[in-house]
Ligand binder design. Structure first.
Ligand SMILES: Cc1ncc(COP(=O)(O)O)c(C=O)c1O
Length: 490
């Protein structure tokens, strides 16, 4: 779609009792709905439109912000404001209509797909054979909107330095300084740069912990349901995987076996159920680890993203000798950068670093330098603040539509939707036919017996408009199925 700059056919009535911001928002919505403004078209700058309409720039900025929040517009840093990729969605069924109408904007093009037909002209992010899909699979952050100037500056600065003839196995000191500061501020962990090793991400950190601590046949506990990569990594290092049940609050401490060498857990936001481990359970978990000698591996993968209350301090802070903390930029910035961190007690960190050297494992020096620049200049914090607002909106859009079915804390980049097991496969298939990818079933996250069923829905890599459209389709598909099951009045 060519990015063209449009002349807006808008006029405002200064004498009307309706605020100019509201009027402008309404006019633009109407233009997008009736197709006068089309997906991908570029809107005038706030300055130009303010001049054209002889109104204050603040009025235009506020109207644009509101439309952005509603998912009508896409902003691209430094390069303008565009009409979002809008999708005509099929009319909702009478049953699910009450749940979705009002929360899904009537979309551009004015028409609706034929009822029951191949409903969704597939939206943004062309994939496969030119098809366009809404990707609601979990695990991916939003990378389509970032501060390009900050990104380029960081890499220019990194490029000023020559590549090293060897790499520091702990990581670039400057980045470890910045990380120590970040962890003190955001995770209440009192650590210095000497306590930190820079990894390529959680998977890399898990593997180095496993290679250091686990021998063939050692028993490694993993949350069940839980993050499959943790199971895979421990199993690849020869460990026997021990599934440890979780409930709404996180890992269940009572009944943990006494013979685990390590226990992998996600206390800030259990993956995938979404619970936050309460203080009392944290204390009991640490008591268990001290008594049995187990090392707890704390995966702090999305702790930056809480939308209701401040995050609880990391478990690591309560007992640095028992807990190895793993962090990553994979959610907060992008997995492609390949930077994360590992915090451990001095002796254990020394052992892990020795393992890393034995395996000739390292993190890219230039990538570390670039991340250090972004952290030092506050670019990462700014990005986090912006993304927190954006993800909060998307989560609210999901809850708006699927509310009664959503479980988990108000946090992160995914929600859990618990559903009867027998409806899930056909639901996934039909959603796919209608252009919505949802492949993450709860069953896939189980290692042992599958006790619960549902979908893990991610809103990281779909825009707000896409999330709205995608969950509207999900609601339409779920509604009649649950009616058959007579489970939830939806
Ligand atoms: C539970 C969990 N931990 C960690 C990660 C990130 O892992 P990495 O840093 O290896 O990209 C993810 C990404 O999806 C995740 O879901």
């Amino acid at each position: 779609m060519p990015r063209t700059y449009v002349d807006l056919p808008v006029s405002l009535d200064r004498g009307a009792p309706v605020a100019l911001t509201v009027q402008l928002g309404d006019r633009l919505r109407t233009a997008m709905r009736d197709g006068t403004l089309k997906s991908g078209e570029r809107l005038p700058s706030t300055r130009a439109l303010a001049r054209q309409l002889s109104i204050s720039r603040t009025v235009v900025t506020e109207a644009y912000q509101q439309l952005y929040a509603e998912g009508w517009l896409d902003g691209r840093h430094g390069s303008g404001t565009y009409v979002a990729d809008l999708v005509i969605h099929a009319p909702v069924t009478a049953r699910s209509g009450s749940a979705v109408s009002g929360s899904v904007p009537a979309l551009a093009g004015g028409g609706s797909a034929p009822s029951g037909g191949p409903a969704v002209p597939l939206p943004a992010g062309a994939r496969g054979r030119g098809e366009r899909v809404i990707d609601l699979r979990p695990g991916h952050p939003w990378v389509r909107d970032y501060d390009q100037a900050a990104w380029r500056r960081a890499w220019r600065k990194a490029a000023d330095l020559p590549p090293g003839d060897r790499s520091d196995p702990y990581g670039v000191p400057r980045l470890r300084e910045a990380l120590a500061e970040h962890l003190r501020r955001t995770r209440a962990i009192a650590v210095g740069p000497e306590d930190i090793m820079v990894t390529r991400g959680t998977g890399n950190g898990l593997d180095l912990v496993a290679a250091t601590l686990l021998s063939a046949g050692d028993r490694a506990g993993v949350e069940d349901p839980g993050y499959r990569v943790a199971r895979n990594v421990f199993a690849a290092r020869g460990a026997e995987i021990v599934p440890c049940p979780v409930d709404e609050d996180g890992v269940v401490v009572d009944g943990l076996p006494d013979d685990l060498r390590v226990l992998y857990t996600t206390p800030a936001h259990q993956y995938p159920l979404g619970g936050r481990l309460p203080i009392s359970r944290r204390e009991r978990l640490l008591d268990w680890a001290r008594r049995t000698g187990a090392i707890i591996v704390e995966d702090d993968y999305d702790a930056e993203f809480r939308y209701d209350v401040a995050p609880l301090p990391a478990l690591h802070g309560l007992d640095p000798d028992r807990v190895v903390l793993l962090g990553t930029l994979s959610k907060s910035l992008a997995p492609d950068i390949g930077v994360g961190w590992l915090v451990a007690a001095p002796d254990l960190l020394t052992a892990i670093v020795a393992t890393r050297q034995d395996l000739s494992d390292r993190t890219s020096g230039p990538a570390q330098q670039a991340v250090a620049v972004m952290m030092e200049r506050g670019d990462l914090d700014r990005h986090l603040r912006r993304m927190r607002l954006e993800y909060a909106r998307r989560r609210a859009a999901v809850v708006d539509v699927l509310g009664p079915l959503v479980t988990g804390d108000t946090a992160g980049l995914h929600v859990m939707v618990e559903l009867p097991g027998e409806i899930i496969l056909s639901l996934l298939e039909e959603a796919r036919e209608r252009g919505v990818l949802l492949d993450s079933t709860l069953a896939r996250h189980h290692h042992g017996e599958v006790r619960r069923h549902g979908l893990v829905i991610g809103y990281g890599s779909a825009s707000l408009a896409e999330v709205r459209q995608g969950v509207a389709v999900v609601a339409e598909l779920i509604g009649p199925r649950l009616a058959d099951e007579s489970r939830v009045a939806f």
